[in-house]
Design a protein around this ligand. Structure first.
Ligand code: SF4
Length: 212
């Protein structure tokens, strides 16, 4: 499973399933800005910056979690005992969001790196491109377990070809799949009877207006 779908899944399970199971992908302003903000870290590079070594566009994998993906930036820090500790940094377009999906996406990268390099990674960061602000994320037990559960749920959705039903939520307004998902159509009040009543009422009003 691509790591980035952990982010989708925690934002909305249906969105992850529409992408992975139904192969529906549509861009909007937010997804396009997201793509652009990743442009400069998408190219594989390995360069020294003072005491740090920066690696961009590095491929990651976890066989334990069945995840694969590319890290935006991995800073190679040197600890007091001289060992190398990777510090993953995920680039995000906007300000910090209310949802915790970015943190879990970053944690999934750390779990991959730990498996690949047999090291322990305590922290990483999310870099908000617009505000140029870096927010540090601690990979504590709770975030690790949340991320592992999300990876398992992602696998379950795909293995069972399960696409959860739409459920309207304020976050739907920023979702690029809004038009295809139609989350308002399944709201309790949006019954077929109400829909037909509205059509009949409109048609009767039009007839009355014509006969005036
Ligand atoms: S429109 Fe809402 S329910 Fe539908 S995929 Fe997007 S976030 Fe999920």
């Amino acid at each position: 499973m691509p790591i980035r779908y952990i982010n989708d899944l925690l934002f909305c399970e249906r969105r992850a399933a529409l992408h992975l199971n139904e192969q529906i992908w549509k861009d909007n302003q937010f997804t396009t800005e997201g793509l652009l903000s990743h442009k400069r870290v998408d190219v594989p590079r390995n360069r020294k910056r003072g005491e740090l070594r920066d690696i961009t566009g590095m491929w990651l994998v976890s066989y334990a979690l069945g995840l694969i993906g590319k890290a935006d930036l991995i800073e190679m820090h040197t600890s007091a005992d001289g060992s190398i500790v990777p510090y993953p940094v995920e680039f995000k377009r906007g300000k910090k969001r209310r949802w915790d999906n970015n943190e879990a996406q970053l944690c999934a990268q750390a779990l991959c790196l730990e498996e690949m390099m047999q090291v322990s990674i305590p922290r990483g960061a999310i870099f908000h491109v617009k505000s140029q602000h870096r927010e540090e994320v601690h990979f504590d037990d709770s975030l690790r377990s949340h991320t592992i559960q999300a990876a398992k749920r992602l696998r379950q959705l795909v293995d069972n070809l399960e696409t959860p039903k739409a459920k309207f939520h304020p976050k739907c307004k920023g979702c690029s799949l809004f038009e295809w998902c139609m989350p308002k159509s399944l709201r309790p009040r949006a019954t077929a009877a109400k829909y037909l009543e509205a059509i009949i009422s409109d048609s009767l009003t039009a007839q009355e207006n014509d006969s005036l």
